[in-house]
Design a protein around this ligand. Structure first.
Ligand SMILES: Cc1ncc(COP(=O)(O)O)c(C=O)c1O
Length: 386
């Protein structure tokens, strides 16, 4: 049980901002820093028997321990959970899928999830694991669950921003003894708590909104069950996809501001989405926080905030490229969730089933009026020369 989330103790539950600034900090010790610096160590002194928490740097590190505690406090306040950090989001995603599914098992994936999932699908199939896919929207994965070992949910999905009803899928999956993992990357633990919705695993890329500065690659897995956690930890040990101490420390330092960043970024995303609703060149606008979005009802039930990503489609590739080139405050870059707004014409990668003019836009922490004005000016420019 962590000290900053006194649920069940009779004390009032703390707010997200309070929890964030204290998450994972050790007990105060005179003359010690509040957040100890990164511990750079490949090995630790170990005379005699193998005892104590730290022996070899691929297995454990004190900087990870604090970060893992912090992420656990945000993903599942007041609960005793197991958190395992990884070198990247994909390391965490692969660790869950490859440690829980075995030859002959069936795994259900979304067919509209992050674009590296099809690569992972090929790998699972090469190991004799059967893969079924279905879209995120309309809870379509329900129809593919029969006899599956694991259901993988990505909600909101990247880049289409569809949302599924996590609790409904979890109930159906658990009725058939199917494990459920939720990719929580877009929402961040402040926006959604998959374990509270019944999932067995919350998995995410910490590269995005969790750390928010675009300078760290990180991933994590959180779960309640010690046996499931042990398998994921074993996978990390044998594959060695561990974060460096510096990255882990930077991530922990960044967590202190996650609530401040998220509040501004989510407000900016909503303001951009609202401004886009009035623009005739824009179609296919998606943002789960927009009351008119087809996912809004489900999102409002299970999310605590709707994230920083907005997606929409401009008439064609040239129009989208003119829009991207005209932006002044928004970086043309992949990734999302950072304090500096980014956007990209997603079709340039291939791999996602999106129109040529599809834009994935990630709102940063700029002043709202400046950001909206920049987007509208770029849209105007792109349309005028169309
Ligand atoms: C939803 C989702 N999951 C996982 C990943 C993988 O994360 P990473 O790039 O940190 O490996 C990404 C990356 O964009 C993502 O968008």
């Amino acid at each position: 049980m962590n000290e900053y989330a006194p649920q069940g103790t009779g004390a009032p539950a703390l707010g997200d901002g309070t929890r964030a600034v204290r998450a994972g900090l050790p007990e105060a010790v005179k003359n010690e820093p509040p957040l100890p610096g990164p511990v750079f160590a490949a090995h630790f002194h170990l005379p005699g028997d193998v005892e104590g928490p730290y022996a070899y740097g691929r297995d454990t590190n004190p900087t990870w321990t604090l970060l893992e505690r912090a992420i656990g406090e945000l993903e599942a306040p007041g609960e005793d959970v197991h958190t395992i950090v990884f070198a990247s989001g994909m390391a965490a995603v692969s660790a869950v899928l490859l440690s829980q599914a075995h030859t002959g098992d069936t795994v259900v994936l979304p067919d509209d999830g992050y674009q590296a999932l099809p690569l992972l699908r090929e790998q699972l199939e090469a190991y004799g694991i059967h893969v079924r896919t279905a879209p995120t929207g309309d809870d379509a994965q329900l129809a593919a669950l029969d006899g599956a070992r694991l259901l993988w949910i990505e909600t909101p999905s990247n880049p289409g921003l569809d949302v599924c009803d996590v609790r409904r899928l979890v109930d159906a999956a658990h009725a058939g003894r199917t494990l459920v993992a939720v990719d929580n990357t877009l929402a961040t633990p402040l926006g959604q708590r998959p374990l509270e919705l019944g999932a067995d695993f919350s998995v995410a890329s910490g590269t995005k909104g969790l750390t928010g500065h675009g300078d760290v690659l990180l991933g994590y897995v959180v779960c309640r069950d010690p046996e499931l956690a042990a398998r994921v930890r074993r996978w990390r040990k044998i594959v060695g996809a561990i974060p460096g101490p510096m990255e882990a420390w930077l991530a922990h330092r960044s967590l202190a501001t996650i609530q401040l960043r998220a509040q501004r970024q989510w407000a900016n995303a909503l303001a951009v989405a609202e401004a886009l609703t009035h623009w005739t060149d824009v179609s296919g606008l998606r943002y789960p926080g927009l009351p008119t979005d087809r996912s809004h009802k489900t999102a409002a039930r299970q999310m605590r905030g709707f994230g920083s990503v907005v997606s929409f489609t401009l008439p064609d590739r040239a129009h989208a490229e003119r829009f991207m080139a005209a932006l002044r405050l928004v970086e043309d870059a992949t990734s999302f969730g950072g304090v500096r707004s980014t956007a990209e014409r997603r079709g340039r990668w291939g791999g996602d089933a999106v129109p040529e003019g599809f834009i994935r836009f990630s709102a940063g922490a700029e002043d709202t009026e400046d950001l909206v004005a920049d987007v509208l000016r770029a849209l105007d420019h792109a349309g005028a020369r169309g």
